[in-house]
Ligand binder design. Structure first.
Ligand SMILES: Nc1ncnc2c1ncn2[C@@H]1O[C@H](COP(=O)(O)OP(=O)(O)OP(=O)(O)O)[C@@H](O)[C@H]1O
Length: 205
């Protein structure tokens, strides 16, 4: 059973056809990278997959089932970090991660490890507004790793990461694959794509 099936997905904004009958699958333990020039529809595709945007046509199946964002089962299955991450303004870094862990039935036991892995230990008590843009990105990624997931969806996760952060990201994604997680991500980073992509979904070309 594929973790993700996208069939005939189409999305237009007025006269602008952004996605035209896009179809692909991602099996467990595979990494699919969406590639295409600026404005080709990568974010739109990911937003349609997670249910943040509605396609005009086509369907998205998660683990063989039609997915709705509000479905508790989808929320347990899919971890996503897209561009529009909103943090609670009055929760610290560590509180965010603990909240997510608890909300997904965890004990918070992984939080310290994920903070260390993402280099966020020194920022653990800071509020989101005081974080650097790279730290905010790291918190968004950390949010995916303190909760259960069988499908991980990331929009340009390399953005705003430093050199070591990018090296870590490639390693982490390979770890996700080895654990059987399916990954769908958009990226412009040729090195990262070369290091992790099992398949590429080309759009807008
Ligand atoms: N809500 C919207 N209303 C109108 N046009 C939109 C909307 N959302 C996206 N678009 C347009 O759809 C096209 C695809 O945008 P999208 O953000 O999906 O591209 P992308 O491939 O992720 O680009 P980038 O590589 O720059 O991140 C763009 O031309 C964009 O202007």
């Amino acid at each position: 059973m594929d973790a993700l099936t996208v069939r005939g997905l189409s999305r237009s904004f007025g006269d602008l056809v952004v996605l035209d009958q896009v179809s692909f699958t991602v099996a467990p333990g595979r990494i699919a990278v969406v590639v295409g020039p600026n404005g080709s529809g990568k974010t739109t595709l990911l937003r349609c997959v997670v249910g943040a945007d509605r396609p005009d046509d086509g369907e998205v199946l998660v683990d063989g089932r039609r997915a709705y964002e509000t479905d508790p089962w989808v929320r347990a299955f899919v971890a996503a970090a897209l561009d529009d991450i909103d943090f609670f303004p009055d929760l610290s870094v560590v509180e965010h991660l603990e909240l997510l862990s608890y909300a997904h039935g965890g004990s918070g036991a992984d939080v310290a490890e994920v903070l260390a892995e993402l280099g966020l230990e020194r920022a653990r008590d800071q509020l989101p507004a005081t974080l650097s843009s790279g730290q905010r990105r790291r918190l968004a990624l950390a949010s995916c790793f303190v909760r259960p997931r069988r499908l991980l969806i990331l929009d340009e996760p390399e953005q705003r990461l430093d050199v070591r952060g990018r090296a870590w990201l490639a390693e982490r994604l390979r770890g996700e694959r080895d654990a059987g997680t399916a990954v769908l991500m958009a990226s412009h980073d040729a090195d990262l794509i070369g290091a992790v992509a099992d398949t590429q979904v080309e759009i807008g070309t």
